[in-house]
Ligand binder design. Structure first.
Ligand code: PMP
Length: 382
């Protein structure tokens, strides 16, 4: 009783704020807000009441609801970062990459097939994949679990997330290239998270402003698609699903991407305002503090990443994923998520990612305030 009282007193003094729930179980990228507050004036968008009223953006384009301004800025940023080939690719815009995942599954599944196509991803996989695939109980596709354990027929779609959510690993497809189809979810393939390894050149690559810039609320994602027929079917899906994608959001996203590109093409003399460098510094600091706190506790481990040359920053760089994939090494802790819940920190259990309860995932992308309290709580564990 006495010990509890003294811990509580200390807790208040050092800002543990015991009763406050720190929710790190989602990947809401609010961490980047300080950058946009400080350097984002040019990202402000005003749309007069009479503008952007039509459903159509460019009637002649395969993706007729794609705002040219957005397409140009997305291609321009890829060119600057050199993280994906855009030449000869169709660019399809979607309501976040979430809608594009649905559109891709529709486009790759055959409406003539007698059985649904199996959709797999190597565990630990992004927790939303199983739910997204089976949500509509489609006759076109069904979730078939861990790609590494797949024993089904050649009719499959492998979702390849690289860098991977939840563990930050750089991944290739685990199932052979001769069979099946692949979708490369590259939401985190940006320099703040991982050293750039040159332009990715896959048939279908998905990106999103949510993780690239932090503007998850704008709900804009884009796909780079090699095959015109696949692209056409994706557009058909989006037509049936939402008759296109908000132009207002596309215009905003275009402006946001432009600010980032301008920061690199026309750097200011003080060398500030470069988004990826800013994000990288913040993540590096957070990862340093997290590793220090978890190492000191002796109860948890984190993935280790080797230093690699980053083709974008032209220096050796570490990997700082948007999520920390924590493993409880303490045999007394059977459920890592439950352990963190007991100190009022909400995380997402490894079970949600096709892994075990000894793992849990925490977001590294939350506000400074929440992250600080989280670090204090694990530093002062009983
Ligand atoms: N793919 C991955 C791997 C993600 O982590 C997320 C967001 N958590 C998404 C896709 C979806 O992002 P959005 O719909 O916001 O673009």
């Amino acid at each position: 009783m006495e010990k509890k009282a003294s811990t509580a007193t200390t807790g208040v003094e050092i800002g543990l704020d015991h009763d406050r729930i720190i929710n790190l179980n989602m990947g809401d990228p609010t961490m980047f807000e300080p950058f946009w507050r400080e350097f984002g004036d040019n990202a402000t968008v005003v749309i007069p009441g009479w503008q952007k009223m039509s459903y159509f953006s460019e009637r002649g384009n395969l993706c007729w609801f794609l705002e040219p301004e957005f397409a140009n800025e997305a291609r321009r940023l890829h060119g600057i970062v050199n993280n994906a080939v855009t030449d000869g690719r169709h660019l399809i815009v979607g309501v976040g990459s979430t809608q594009l995942i649905h559109a891709t599954l529709f486009a790759l599944a055959s409406t003539e097939a007698h059985h649904p196509v199996n959709v797999v991803s190597a565990a630990p996989y992004y927790s939303m994949y199983p739910g997204m695939v089976d949500f509509m109980k489609s006759k076109l596709f069904r979730w078939a679990g861990d790609a590494a354990a797949y024993r089904g027929d050649d009719n499959f779609i492998e979702l390849v997330c690289s860098p991977n959510n939840p563990d930050g690993a750089i991944r290739d497809a685990v199932l052979g290239n001769e069979m099946g189809k692949r979708v490369h979810d590259m939401a985190y393939n940006w320099p703040q998270y991982t050293p750039m390894q040159g332009a990715a050149d896959h048939d279908i690559m998905l990106f999103t402003v949510s993780k690239a810039t932090g503007h998850a609320g704008t709900r804009i994602g884009w796909a780079l698609v090699k095959d015109a027929e696949v692209a056409r079917k994706m557009v058909e899906f989006i037509e049936m699903n939402s008759i296109g994608v908000s132009k207002d959001s596309q215009v905003r996203a275009a402006r946001i991407l432009k600010v980032i590109s301008d920061g690199y093409e026309f750097p200011n003399p003080e060398g500030v305002g470069q988004f990826f460098h800013f994000g990288r510094r913040m993540l590096a600091d957070r990862w340093r503090r997290l590793r220090q706190a978890l190492d000191a506790s002796g109860r948890f481990s984190l993935p280790r990443f080797s230093l690699q040359f980053c083709e974008f920053s032209k220096e050796h760089a570490e990997t700082y994923p948007g999520f920390a994939w924590i493993r409880c090494e303490d045999q007394k802790i059977k459920d890592c998520e439950a352990f963190f819940k007991s100190i009022n920190v909400f995380t997402m259990s490894g079970r949600r990612f096709g892994a075990g309860a000894e793992f849990t995932r925490i977001s590294m992308l939350d506000t400074d305030e929440n992250f600080d309290i989280f670090i204090k709580r694990i530093t002062y564990l009983d």
